[in-house]
Design a protein around this ligand. Structure first.
Ligand code: GDP
Ligand code: MG
Length: 596
């Protein structure tokens, strides 16, 4: 392909602003896919993505477009993940293209993820083409959105294209803008091969599929290539492009985006952002490469301990296809055998947990999500704490440091008070507060551990869904953090222990024991429920004993009714875990940790 006829781009947008629908229209209007094969959201492949309407893995498509100048161009669209957990992947895949369509829903305006993603695009030196979508809707207000884009993002919006991805209006103009406003890639076909590993995923027929962007040189089938990050060599057995289905081609040259397969067994062996060259070539690695690090940890245990091996198998399989997910075996006095797993964020956690439950049919107990704390010991050593249950003897600890984030929240004025209160409650420090149009943008420095559990849910509920949120990790800071343990019937339940700020421990402890009192069914005996720091009890409730046997009232009555009741109790039991003499229902582990 003539490099001057290539345009590589991505689409940046806040969730639901129409990125996938616009991609569909671009594909459809260029007849990349035959009309009868067209289905909604072509690029969102995984089931879970469709259901939740989010794109998790980057996807790509190559479009041939004959422009008004009569020339045929090759347009490569890389669809980037839309969620904050995958920010690292977004920033890497942006480096594989030269420009972006900045899609803003003209009935909504600029949101937090619009900003976060546009910053990634600006960091990657992209040319930006603003596209105002959903102009078919009566609430569409293009001049207001243009003003916001200029004020908040600071780019010229006078050339913005008015589009309806639904009706197809403005699609032709968008394609022309891609060709005329975005630059062609640069690259030297005669230089040694240098390619960027943009993404990789597992395919059950072909093994690992690697998405690459060729910077310099050429890549052909049969060649031996090397990954610079781990110095492994692979034999390329297939190269091709996505239209959007996989189409094998002979070679990829500079500026092109395509895939290769090379009998790679696991996604773990490939790293997003890595540099690829020929086995015997020497090239400078692409700058700034770092593998994605998990930031949120929790324990996953099978409800039925007999399913431990099934869980191991499920986790092994999922990990093959997800290098950013980490795990190790964990044993808990209360929950038996399970795994301590690390995730990029809460959404990532939820996605993995859902897949295990659904695709592998295993009921799980998920322990409280925790961040990684730095424990500074009195002897000067520093250890990383992934699990509150492992907190060392407090008399040996000098201090604890926790990860902090910079959070950006955009919200209509009328909900600002609620948002400020929420951030305050979560130990936030306000860094900035500005207004644009009828909306406020609040920037907060917050502890990550106050955000991982239910911050986003709370934010949505106090703003009726109108707030948008994005964050990035900033670093570690010391604070007065302690481990709070929970004792049920005098037995510590390690899965419920958590790190809390000392000033909030009483409030959190009280909320926790009150919740547990409601969640744990009565037994034949009295059950004390306590929260404690070290040996000191900070909150206590007592669950009184059950007065009589539930089946007693059926006595002498209908035998089948009694049977049913017993069966029901048994089914209920399955979802319980025994702690000493006490049964605790599975949902207690999640509910008890939610803060209201
Ligand atoms: P994404 O999250 O950015 O990928 O957004 P989607 O493409 O999934 O679109 C979100 C919702 O907006 C879907 O229900 C679409 O059908 C709808 N939508 C997208 N573009 C338009 C448009 O131009 N007009 C209207 N009326 N709805 C649209
Ligand atoms: Mg989408």
């Amino acid at each position: 392909t003539d490099i001057s006829k290539i345009r590589n781009f991505s689409i940046v947008a806040h969730i639901d602003h129409g990125k996938s629908t616009l991609a569909d229209r671009l594909i459809q209007s260029t007849n990349t896919v035959a009309e009868r094969d067209m289905k909604a959201q072509m690029l969102d492949s995984m089931d879970i993505e469709r259901e939740r309407g989010i794109t998790i893995k980057a996807n790509t498509v190559r479009i041939d477009y004959t422009a008004e100048d009569g020339e045929t161009y090759v347009l490569n669209l890389i669809d980037t993940p839309g969620h904050v957990d995958f920010a690292y992947e977004v920033s890497r895949s942006m480096r594989a293209v030269e420009g972006s369509l900045l899609v803003v829903d003209s009935t909504q305006g600029v949101e937090a993820q619009t900003l976060a993603n546009v910053y990634h695009a600006i960091d990657a030196d992209h040319e930006l083409v603003p596209v105002f979508n959903k102009i078919d809707l009566p609430a569409s207000d293009i001049s207001r959105v243009a003003e916001q884009v200029e004020d908040v993002i600071g780019i010229d919006a006078s050339g913005a294209i008015a589009v309806s991805a639904k009706t197809g209006q403005g699609i032709k103009e968008t394609l022309e803008a891609i060709v005329t406003q975005l630059p062609a890639p640069k690259g030297d076909p005669d230089a040694p091969l240098k390619a960027m590993l943009v993404d990789s995923w597992y395919d059950s027929y072909l093994g690992v599929i690697v998405l690459v962007r060729i910077i310099d040189g050429k890549l052909k089938k049969g060649e031996k290539i090397k990954f610079l990050s781990n110095d492994t060599v692979h034999h390329v057995d297939r190269i091709g492009v996505f239209r959007p289905e996989m189409t094998v081609i002979e070679e990829l040259g500079p500026g092109e985006i395509g895939f290769l397969t090379a009998s790679i067994k696991q996604v773990r062996d490939t790293r997003v952002g890595d540099t690829i060259t020929h086995q015997r070539s020497e090239v400078e690695p692409l700058p700034g490469f770092k593998p994605a690090q998990p930031v949120v940890f929790c324990g996953l245990f099978p409800v039925d301990s007999a399913q431990f091996e099934d869980l191991r198998e499920a986790i092994d399989k999922l990990a093959l296809n997800d290098a950013s997910f980490s795990y190790e075996m964990e044993s808990s006095a209360a929950l038996g055998f399970g795994f301590r797993c690390g995730f990029l964020g809460l959404l990532h956690l939820e996605v993995i947990r859902d897949r295990i439950e659904r695709e592998y049919d295993i009921d799980l107990i998920t322990t409280a999500p925790s961040v990684i704390y730095d424990i500074h010991m009195k002897d000067g050593t520093v250890t990383q704490l992934h699990n509150p249950a492992d907190f060392p003897d407090p008399t040996l600890v000098d201090h604890v440091a926790e990860p902090r984030i910079k959070a950006t929240i955009l919200v209509p004025d009328e909900y600002l008070g609620e948002v400020l209160k929420l951030c305050q409650d979560r130990r936030g420090i306000q860094e900035d507060l500005t207004y644009a149009g009828s909306r406020a943008m609040a920037v907060y420095d917050l502890p990550l551990n106050e955000v991982v559990f239910d911050f986003y849910d709370r934010l949505k509920s106090v703003t009726k869904g109108y707030a948008s949120f994005d964050y990035q990790l900033t670093g570690y800071r010391q604070d007065n953090l302690v481990k709070m343990s929970v004792l049920v019937n005098d037995e510590p339940v390690d899965a419920l222990s958590m790190m809390v700020h000392r000033d909030r421990a009483e409030v959190r402890g009280r909320a926790m024991v009150e919740k547990l009192k409601d969640l744990i069914p009565r037994h034949m005996f009295k059950i004390p429920i306590q929260a404690a720091i070290g040996g000191k009890v900070i909150a206590r409730e007592t669950l009184s004993a059950m007065r009589k046997d539930v089946t007693a009232k059926c006595y002498g009555g209908d035998a089948s009714r009694k049977r049913k009741l017993l069966d029901k109790q048994k089914a209920g039991k399955k979802k319980m875990r025994q702690f000493g003499k006490v049964d605790i229902p599975q949902e207690a582990f999640i509910s008890a940790l939610k803060m209201d």
